[in-house]
Ligand binder design. Structure first.
Ligand code: OOG
Ligand code: NI
Length: 289
């Protein structure tokens, strides 16, 4: 999954290379995220099963009524919190999987989504495999269908052309070793290095308790060949950064004893709502400006 992501998203690759070089090749992922169509078995479960079988645990549900989405997150098996190894060889990341509430879409949009999920055969069973191969499990859509979806839900249009591809990886800021462990410094460093961050609701997204702080880049675009021969640029994936602060009950622990479970866990609806916009036309066209 990661090699598909790195090959398609030069910004994510460049940032990972840059942070790796500053951090002496040690960097952990906080979470990986995926998008799905919540219909006919193609929703969250299609990808979740792979992680559940591997020992992951289902945690909270998040709801986004305005975007007609819901999400679940999953925590890794508890024996996986090793401190060594980097990236995919480091501690296992959380998993964040969302789904479009397809039943709430217009009849035209539902028809397109049902047409492609039905063309997929038993593709829902192979979501994780398709993600690692970088393939859609359904037929290539028409450009007009992509446009219809994009008018109603940019999330739906993204999912039609990107399928189960990794939507983003998130660098765990607090587990970095240099000054970049402070997400505000990391953001400034990235902006000074020429990368543009998602500005929706402000660059830094902070949970009401102040303990979960997130930011992300604007998605790269990729040229996509539609089945009617039209080739257009479509949004691909982005990279996120998260700093989880130490919970108040552990704030007197010596710094060297602080482990991941002493820190703020989970996700935050209001912040996530703005991070979804990292693939929006508004943010993506701003990045190219
Ligand atoms: C997910 C956006 C939310 C987070 O960490 O809250 C998110 C998406 O864009 O699919 O990544
Ligand atoms: Ni995320």
């Amino acid at each position: 999954m990661q090699s598909v992501y790195l090959n398609r998203n030069p910004t994510a690759k460049a940032i990972l290379d840059l942070v790796h070089s500053v951090e002496n090749n040690s960097l952990c992922y906080d979470h990986l995220a995926f998008r799905t169509f919540g219909v006919n078995g193609y929703g969250i479960d299609s990808l979740a099963q792979f992680f559940l079988d591997y020992g992951y645990t289902q945690r909270d549900e998040l709801r986004f009524p305005g975007k007609k989405l819901r999400a679940l997150w999953f925590s890794p098996p508890s024996d996986s919190f090793s401190d060594d190894g980097s990236g995919m060889n480091g501690p296992l990341p959380r998993i964040f999987i969302s789904e479009l509430l397809v039943d709430q879409m217009s009849p035209q949009t539902q028809e397109i989504i049902r047409k492609y999920t039905e063309s997929s055969g038993n593709g829902q069973k192979y979501a994780a495999l398709a993600s690692s191969l970088g393939h859609l499990t359904w037929d290539t859509p028409l450009y007009s269908e992509f446009q219809q979806l994009a008018r109603e839900s940019e999330y739906a249009a993204w999912t039609l052309v990107n399928g189960h591809a990794l939507n983003h990886v998130t660098i765990s800021a607090h587990r970095l070793k240099t000054h970049l462990k402070d997400i505000k410094k990391l953001n400034r460093f990235l902006e000074e290095s020429g990368f543009r961050l998602n500005s929706e609701g402000g660059v830094l997204k902070v949970s009401p308790d102040g303990l979960l702080q997130q930011s992300s880049t604007v998605a790269d675009s990729i040229s996509f060949q539609f089945s009617d021969g039209i080739t257009e640029s479509v949004p691909c994936s982005y990279i996120e950064f998260a700093e989880r602060l130490v919970l108040p009950q552990y704030e007197n622990l010596p710094h060297t004893e602080i482990k991941e479970f002493h820190r703020r866990d989970g996700f935050e609806v209001a912040s996530a709502d703005k991070i979804f916009e990292s693939t929006s036309k508004e943010q993506v066209s701003r990045a190219g400006a």
